[in-house]
Design a protein around this ligand. Sequence first.
Ligand code: BGC
Ligand code: MG
Length: 541
Amino acid sequence: MNDNLLWYKNAIFYELYVRAFNDSRGDGHGDLRGVVEKLDYVKELGVDCIWLLPIYPSPLEDDGYDIADYYGVHADYGTIEDFKALVNAAHERDIRVIADLVLNHTSDQHPWFQAARAGRNSKYRDYYVWSDTKDKYQDVRIIFLDTEESNWTWDETAGQYFWHRFYSSQPDLNYDNPQVHAEMFKVMKFWLDLGIDGFRADAVPYLYEREGTNCENLPETHAFLKKLRAFMDKYYPGRILLCEANQWPEDVRPYFGDGDEFHMGFHFPVMPRIYMAIRSGDGTPVIDILNRTPTIPDNCQWCTFLRNHDELTLEMVTEEERQWMWQEYAPEPRMRLNLGIRRRLAPLLDNDRRKIELANSLLFTLPGVPIVYYGDEIGMGDNVWLSDRNGVRTPMQWDASPNAGFSKADGDLYAPVIDDAVFGYQKVNVEVQRADSDSLYHTIKAMIAAKKQSAALQNGDFFWVEGDGNKSILAYLRSADKDSVLVVQNLSADEQVLTLKLPAGVPEKLKDILSEKEISVSGDSGLSLTLQPFEYLWLQI
Ligand code: BGC
Ligand code: MG
């Protein structure tokens, strides 16, 4: 395996929901052995690292983010032995594996919570956050707005309220208790010793509570996270921590510390702005948020994404922008969930190939490394009628055989496959798209390959390029030592004619990396271009 300690700075990530990917046992649930069977597919796409959604024993009230045992594998998914086999099989193919580390809370079925609620004298009581009243921490927002009324829930057995930032079946752990820290180090060590390459650390802004604050991003939280990083650096160099902090850029910045906290962090706010830009034909939201994004230390990297396993979150936009996004992208009330939208990439973009490619062009060329959500590389659809966020977690569509080739089960699958006229598995599947060199799958694969060959697109410096003041054009230069790529994108549904001002010394002919098309530059080192609706060019300089 590539032994560069900074491997994550230019890797392609793939978010993989094990239950949805491939069912090797025919019980209707995807499993770890099933993932092993499909690793060659992941490799062929160009993926360097897979992120597995939670695989631990859990009552699944929050699809595994409610952990009942940090040291096992959910029976639906297999065993620890299967997990080891998956890590080995991935490593043999030069693919790394990271998994969720859920620090903030456990399931209420976790033995710690069971013991904690049973007696005030239990040593586990203080693993959680209790109160006799609901009066504390009144300034804290509720995240699961559709289902939760308060961050406090009364526990009859305990005779007290307990604190939770997510479902009331997910009590928050008490990070003021050093025992809890010790437990989490043990958990990390266990998985790292099994060979895992790092963690996507879930919901980290919420670890500590302090009166008079919104209980997010507190200094105590950062201090603890720095300890996790020091532990990784000391014993497991080259393994990474990826930060899930759904926050404004200036609030995410501290999670990188001085290069001594997280290796990576999701860039949440840029995501909805990509959709805004494409819908309004105006790049301003993307420009503004990137200009507002602080620089990060050299050994850190942003992670960009278009969709994930949750609702398309609209927490990091203004109230006005949120209403607009809902109106444009969630016209049916059922499409909305909490402060977001429960739809997948392709349906959001009207299944319009030009827009889907354009969104991916942004994903693969903006600063940061991309995470592709399973199924989006073939333009899978969704099912908004499933509960919670399950509509974007349906079985991977491998081929046109029954159950989309996902499972040999006779009975029900964990969720129905998408079977509608537009996105049904009979039409939208891996087999069909692999065989068709014009498919979305091949375009995404080509984009990934192009990014991997370009130092500029991987880690190059980033500069905006002025496009005649035309707001529909989003153009920028990425440039590393000897490699420069000019990315020009038409966000609008109209043809755009423009002249870009280019730095002196640009050659007379530029080649689009993806299509190999050549474009001539006029004498005054301006680049005159006509872009088709939603067209994008990655021009090698
Ligand atoms: C995960 C969600 C989960 C929540 C609580 C999140 O940020 O992405 O799927 O429900 O954490 O664990
Ligand atoms: Mg907490």
